[in-house]
Write a protein that binds this ligand. Structure first.
Ligand code: MV4
Length: 449
């Protein structure tokens, strides 16, 4: 096991990793920018190192500073959290060269999944169902039109170096193809320095359902069920739940086993998420994330498995703590992402929290680095905390969520808490009847009055 873990992140996820390390008796090193000197993760860590000015590229993305902090403190492993350096294959390689363990998958798997065309090719080869479309990159208009005619319009053109919604263009008929292909390639080249694009059948009303997996890096892997993350705004998840209200037990086990088998066959190490679009009873692979995700706590709630503990175990060579046949899914969990933003306009709202009171009681978890008097710096994303609620079933979970939201107090700044008050009162949400477009339509209707 490791002696000391350096946490190359900030905010609630730095705290989350710190807690897992502490339970394992492992020492912790926080790194922080000058803007985060007063942050909770810095206070709670055994040691801390200031790694640079506020701008992320000079601090949380500054590989040399982070490696130096590791060498100064004698940390033998780094947990990257999510975002920042968590899916940077180069970073994983540099750490390996310095004999520091990257708590995450091997660089080859990070790189593979970062290339969406290669990721899809790999998924198909491993028996994961994918969206119908081009086999690889498409450059010529004639070829694009031939593929689109074969799979049928509408189609979507995606950047191979994109992901998470960046660099996508829809073509509804052959006339739209020329502009869509040209625009997609030009934008991909400008944004990612790689103009490779691919084509898929455009699914009109899917849900976003993702499967949590953990591999031992050799030949074993488990799935921890799925999360439904369909409620998004501008490709930012807002509300996530496990299980998906759309799936039955048979579908859950079938897609879960397909994913676990594929991950075992790859020899994938650590936690990962396989993302699908789900429509009319069918799963379609779109991407794989090779990191711990923001919404991982809903999976923890329904499985009782500590995902960060598993990541650390696997990275240190200890293998998985559970076999598939030992994993049980119980009850229902929902996560609300509380952002420091205006609940109507979503304009960021940094500043000082004058009063911070979190809900508690049965089935309630709050992951947040905030406290009364904390000043939210304007330099980073606006996530200030996550409210995760668990119940024996979805109805109980929703009741509990309404109660927990009522207890939550964040004064001094705007937050998205009022949005969740609205959502828990909504009939479509109560019925679990929503797709990836539901939230944007709901918000548009609300702003119309
Ligand atoms: C799609 C799609 C429809 N058809 N692919 C957006 C994020 C990226 N991960 C994939 N995305 C989409 N891919 C096909 N073939 C619709 C989306 C999409 C979306 C997906 C998940 C959650 C919210 C979304 C919002 C708009 C579009």
């Amino acid at each position: 096991m490791f002696n000391k873990i350096l946490i190359a992140n900030r905010g609630e996820i730095a705290l989350r990793v710190l807690r897992a390390a502490k339970e394992l008796g492992i020492g912790t090193v926080a790194v922080h920018s000058t803007a985060d000197a007063e942050a909770m993760h810095v206070r709670l860590a055994d040691e801390s190192v200031c790694i640079g000015p506020p701008a992320a590229r000079d601090s949380y993305l500054n590989i040399h500073q982070i490696v130096a902090a590791c060498e100064i403190t004698g940390a033998d492993a780094i947990h990257p959290g999510y975002g920042f350096l968590s899916e940077n294959a180069k970073f994983a390689e540099i750490l390996e060269a310095h004999n520091i363990t990257f708590i995450g998958p091997r660089a080859e798997h990070i790189r593979l999944m970062g290339d969406k065309i290669e990721a899809k090719r790999t998924a198909r080869r491993l028996g994961i169902p994918v969206v119908p479309g081009s086999e690889g990159a498409v450059t010529e208009e004639a070829e694009a039109k031939r593929i689109a005619a074969e799979i049928g319009y509408p189609v979507i053109i995606k950047a191979s170096a994109g992901g998470g919604g960046r660099g996508m263009k829809v073509a509804r008929d052959e006339d739209e193809m020329e502009i869509a292909l040209h625009t997609a390639r030009t934008e991909a080249g400008a944004a990612f320095g790689d103009d490779a694009v691919y084509i898929e059948k455009y699914l009109e009303k899917p849900r976003h359902i993702e499967v949590q997996v953990v591999g031992d890096g050799v030949d074993k892997a488990v799935h921890l069920g799925e999360r439904d993350c369909s409620l998004q705004r501008r490709h930012q998840k807002v509300w996530e739940e496990a299980n998906s209200p759309a799936l039955n037990t048979e579908e859950r086990e079938r897609i879960g086993m397909i994913c676990a088998k594929a991950i075992a066959e790859m020899g994938y190490s650590g936690a990962g998420t396989i993302e699908f679009l789900y429509e009319d009873g069918e799963f379609y692979f779109i991407e794989m994330n090779t990191r711990l995700q923001v919404e991982h706590p809903v999976t923890e709630a329904i499985t009782d498995i500590d995902l960060v503990n598993e990541q650390i175990r696997v990275a240190s060579g200890g293998g998985l703590s559970v076999r598939q046949d030992e994993i049980r899914f119980h009850g229902h969990a929902i996560e609300c992402r509380i952002n420091a933003e205006d609940p109507r306009t979503f304009v960021p709202s940094p500043g000082t929290i004058t009063h911070f009171h979190t809900p508690g009681g049965v089935g309630v978890r709050v992951d947040s680095g905030c406290y009364t008097g904390y000043r939210i710096p304007p330099y980073y994303d606006s996530l200030i905390g996550k409210l995760i609620v668990h119940g024996r079933n979805r109805v109980e979970c929703l009741m509990r969520l309404r109660r927990a939201l009522d207890e939550f107090v964040v004064d001094g700044i705007n937050t998205t808490l009022p949005l969740f008050q609205d959502l828990v009162a909504n009939q479509d949400i109560a019925n679990g009847e929503y797709d990836i477009h539901w939230l944007e339509k709901y918000l548009a209707a609300k702003s119309q009055g």
